[in-house]
Structure formats: structure tokens, C-alpha cells
Design a protein around this ligand. Structure first.
Ligand SMILES: [Mg+2]
Length: 123
């Protein structure tokens, strides 16, 4: 497969997931509650790969193919459930992301937040 982020749309990914889901008759299990729980569970599986490692150790792990493959698969699990949640709830992710970034630009004006990790309500 030669697909990558430059050649694949969000809709392409959603269609791939729907095909996988429907071939297994799993739509019945893809309720918003189940999917949002699965997002969290998979996010924790991704986090688990970093537990107890220092930033310096992580820099070294990120040079290793097996670690990169493990975290890329966990990230794909998170993304798959995010997309499945968007499908089940009929949320257009691109529209939501665009709207959210408009809000983020308002919450974090560049002149107040550049180089500053302070939360918006404390700026
Ligand atoms: Mg996983």
C-alpha cells in the first residue's frame, strides 16, 4: 500500500473503516458510548509506551523501528476510534477542526501566548 497522509483524505479513512466495520457486522457495537470509551482506552495504550521513560530516553526510543511501529499502531488505534466516533455521531471532523481552530486563535492570541504555555484563562 502506498497511501500516506499526502494522498489520503479523511473521507478515504472513514470509508476504509466503514468497509472493515460492515464486513464484520460491527455497526451494532459502534455506539457513541462504546466508541468514546475505546478512544480513551487506546489513548492510554499509547501513553503506556511512554510511562517511566525520561524525555531523553524517549528520544532514543524514537530512533528504534520497533518502538516507532508500536506507537504508530497505537496512534492508528486512537485515530480509528476517533474516526469511528465521528462516523457514528455524524460529525464532520474537518468542519469541527476548522471551527475549533477559530476558537483557539481567539483563546490564544499570538501576542499573549507566543512561547508561553500558560492556559488561556490565565493569560
Ligand atoms: Mg491498541
Amino acid at each position: 500500500m502506498t497511501n500516506n497522509d499526502d494522498t489520503t483524505s479523511i473521507n478515504d479513512l472513514k470509508e476504509m473503516l466503514k468497509k472493515f466495520r460492515d464486513a464484520r457486522d460491527w455497526k451494532q457495537f459502534h455506539t457513541p458510548k462504546n466508541l468514546v470509551q475505546a478512544i480513551s482506552i487506546e489513548a492510554n495504550e499509547l501513553m503506556d509506551e511512554f510511562l517511566w521513560k525520561t524525555d531523553e530516553e524517549i528520544d532514543e526510543f524514537l530512533k528504534q523501528d520497533n518502538f516507532r511501529q508500536t506507537i504508530s499502531y497505537e496512534l492508528a488505534d486512537v485515530m480509528a476510534f476517533c474516526l469511528n466516533f465521528a462516523i457514528a455521531t455524524n460529525i464532520d471532523l474537518s468542519q469541527a477542526m476548522n471551527e475549533k481552530m477559530i476558537h483557539n486563535n481567539e483563546k490564544y492570541p499570538i501576542e499573549k501566548s507566543k512561547g508561553n504555555a500558560t492556559k488561556y484563562n490565565e493569560l
